[in-house]
Structure formats: structure tokens, C-alpha cells
Design a protein around this ligand. Structure first.
Ligand code: PLP
Length: 391
């Protein structure tokens, strides 16, 4: 009988993929399913980016690249961070990785082991907790509350630090709640971190371009005092509608960079070469497609919030970022996972139950509004019919 290391008995997953598989199975049976479950843009990757990948393939870019990524791409990442945030980042601190998740995996693996505490947002991206548990570290949830606009409270996060804390994970704009943490909270957090020099910070900024209502995305790169312990996670998946390309980047402090480079050499060698050429075009080519996608997400956001607030037993605060709405459904009388499951099976609308994102997710469901305005209208009409019949 085979046994694996204990971590594999604790590893979790992302239920969004299971819901996607179920939605696809129902659709294959001929059911009309509207998918507000999976968190990916419904747009195609812009043509100029696709063409750059094709060009790279035709030009014979078929081999390994440096494990840390093509130098021109690492430089393009730094130029982009400078253009958008006035941030000074050295290409020697940037690594190109096969997706945002890989940065998460590397960072959590680097700090997690039994006896260690790792702070992560709850509700939050489910892979944080899963990976922390995998390493044997103790996952310490940082509550993300509706009354704070689903942003992080710097003070509360600081209060959860113990002498065993080695890593804290931040995510703004946030999945699944759509919250954007304001600068004042991050200022407070960073000031308090001066007393905890042993704590590294993983800042997941993958939704950094998806902010609305004039809200500002605050990058942790803005704080020189923590640069020697900051891991910045970002990538192309959401901004450029490139989830299937498996591409991301991260910025690491000098002391960690060689460790992550070696992990790359051991585990994935490099990111596929044509995707890296496409990523150069994404960052250096025209940005109009990004602006158009964000404007469309903004219109859908307003629509989805207005329609949700008109449903019996449902209330939804206006999310300031990402492309998710996280309505409070306690007034419907349903438990969140039961509601999500019935909406899919009986009403043909895929959503994700809040508990799939953490203990504090009970009472909420997540809707991804990365779908057309027509589909959003149809989906919420179906929800209305379902709730009227079942309450
Ligand atoms: N971080 C957050 C908060 C996400 O929501 C996601 C994807 O859903 C990722 C990271 C992973 O992105 P990627 O597809 O590039 O691995």
C-alpha cells in the first residue's frame, strides 16, 4: 500500500474548477447554463498578443529560455511597473513563472513548515489556505469583513502576528469579495511591521488594473521599508485575458531570489518561450484593449449590483475591484453552498458558495461578472424566479 507524505492528505483545491466541470457536464446534456462561477475574463486575448506568440513560433523560439525568464521580458515588467506606479524594480529581482499560482506556491513553500504561522485573508483565494496546510504550517485567517468594504484592517492583521509568524498574504483588489484595501490601512500595516522583522509579505496584486469608481490600487512596492521582505505576485492572466497561457511574474528580494531561481530550475525549467514573447507584446504594445475590458467590467459591475440588490433576501455592497460580486444571501434562508448548488442544478446559473473561500464566507455567494450583460440579466432573472418559488 502506497503512502505519500502527510502534506498530500491536507492539500485542498479550488472548487471553482469542480463547479466549472459540473456546469460543462450539464451543458453537454443540453441544459442552458449561464456561468458566473469561474474567475476568468470572457474576452479573447488581444490579437496583437496572439500574433506575437505566432511570430515567435515561426521565428523558431522553440527552446528553453533562462529559468528566470527572457531578459527583455523581465525588463518590460520593470518598465511597466515604473510606468504605472513609478516603482523602481531591478530586472534581477523579477522571475517569469507559469501562472500567478506558482508564485504563491513558491512563497508558501519557502516559509511554511510545522510550527510556523502564516496569515491569509478569509474569505480569500482558496489556494492560500490549501498550500499553507500542505506545508504543515498553521493557517491563520485574517477576517475580511463586509462592514470594511471587504478590505483588510491593518490593525487587525498586526494583532494576529505571533513570534511564529513567518509570512502574511495580502490580496487587493481581492478575490472573492472585490474589496480594495485603502492606502491608510496599508500604511498602518507597514508601520506596524517594523516591530516584526521576521515576517515576509506576499502581496497578490493580480487584479491591480481592475479598480473602479476612481479608487486607487496601492502596490506594496510603494513601501521601501519592506522591500527586503516583499514578494510581489502579478501576471497577465486577468489583465490581458490570458488565463490559459499559464504565465505570471513575481518580484523577490535579493535574499530570496536565488532560492526561487533554483526552484524554477528544479521544477519547471522555464515558462514556454512563445508565451514569453507574447507577454513582451502585452506590456509594450497598445493598452487600449485593457482599458476597453476594464470599462466593460465596470458597466457589468454596476448592472450586477443593481440587479442583485433587487432580489428578495439578497444585499450586495458595490465591489471596488476585480470582477466579482459577493452578495450577502442570509435573507434568503438558504445556506450558501446549498443555494449555489441549487442555482446550478435547478436554475442553470453557476456561482460559487462563499464557504469555498473560507470560514467567513458563510452567508455569501460569489458571482463572477466576467460574462455578457445579457447573460448577467438572464442569470439574475433566473435567480429571482428560483428565490420566489423557494422562499
Ligand atoms: N491570485 C488570485 C487572487 C486569483 O484570483 C487568481 C486566479 O483566479 C490567481 C492568483 C492565479 O492566477 P493564475 O491563473 O495566473 O495562476
Amino acid at each position: 500500500q502506497l503512502t505519500t507524505i502527510a502534506g498530500f492528505d491536507r492539500i485542498g483545491e479550488e472548487n471553482a474548477f469542480a463547479v466549472l466541470a459540473r456546469a460543462q457536464a450539464l451543458a453537454a446534456e443540453g441544459r442552458d447554463i449561464i456561468n458566473l462561477g469561474i474567475g476568468q475574463p470572457d474576452f479573447r486575448t488581444p490579437d496583437n498578443i496572439v500574433e506575437a506568440a505566432i511570430r515567435a513560433l515561426r521565428d523558431g523560439q522553440h527552446g528553453y529560455t533562462p529559468a528566470t525568464g527572457i531578459p527583455a521580458l523581465r525588463e518590460a515588467v520593470c518598465a511597466d511597473l515604473h510606468r504605472r506606479f513609478n516603482a523602481e524594480v531591478n530586472p534581477d529581482n523579477v522571475i517569469i513563472v507559469p501562472g500567478g499560482k506558482v508564485t504563491m506556491f513558491a512563497a508558501i513553500l519557502m516559509f511554511g513548515e510545522p510550527g510556523v504561522d502564516i496569515l491569509y485573508p478569509d474569505p480569500g483565494f482558496p489556494i492560500y489556505r490549501s498550500m499553507i496546510e500542505f506545508t504543515g504550517a498553521r493557517p491563520v485567517p485574517v477576517p475580511i469583513r463586509e462592514e470594511n468594504g471587504f478590505g483588510i484592517s491593518g490593525e487587525e492583521m498586526l494583532s494576529l502576528i505571533t513570534p511564529r509568524t513567518r509570512l502574511m498574504i495580502l490580496n487587493s483588489p481581492a478575490n472573492p469579495c472585490g474589496g480594495v484595501t485603502p492606502r491608510a490601512e496599508i500604511d498602518r500595516l507597514v508601520a506596524g511591521l517594523a516591530d516584526h522583522p521576521q515576517v515576509a509579505i506576499l502581496s497578490d496584486e493580480i487584479y491591480d488594473q481592475m479598480v473602479y469608481d476612481g479608487e486607487e490600487h496601492v502596490t506594496l512596492l510603494d513601501y521601501p521599508e519592506i522591500r527586503d521582505r516583499l514578494i510581489l505576485l502579478n501576471g497577465w492572466s486577468k489583465t490581458y485575458a490570458m488565463t490559459g497561457w499559464r504565465l505570471g511574474y513575481s518580484v523577490w528580494p535579493d535574499v530570496l531570489y536565488d532560492k526561487v531561481r533554483k526552484l524554477a530550475v528544479n521544477a519547471w525549467s522555464c515558462v514556454n518561450a512563445p508565451a514569453q514573447y507574447a507577454a513582451i507584446e502585452a506590456l509594450t504594445g497598445p493598452q487600449d484593449a485593457v482599458a476597453e475590458m476594464v470599462a466593460e467590467f465596470d458597466a457589468r459591475r454596476k448592472l450586477v449590483v443593481e440587479l442583485l440588490n433587487d432580489l428578495p433576501g439578497v444585499s450586495c455592497i458595490t465591489p471596488k475591484g476585480a470582477f466579482y460580486a459577493f452578495p450577502n444571501i442570509t435573507g434568503t434562508g438558504f445556506k450558501a453552498k446549498e443555494l449555489a448548488s441549487k442555482l446550478l442544478e435547478e436554475a442553470g446559473v453557476a456561482t460559487i458558495g462563499g464557504p469555498d473561500f473560507g470560514i467567513l464566507g458563510e452567508g455569501y455567494i460569489r458571482l463572477s461578472y466576467a460574462n455578457s450583460q445579457d447573460n448577467i440579466r438572464r442569470a439574475i432573472e433566473r435567480m429571482r424566479a428560483f428565490l420566489q418559488e423557494n422562499s
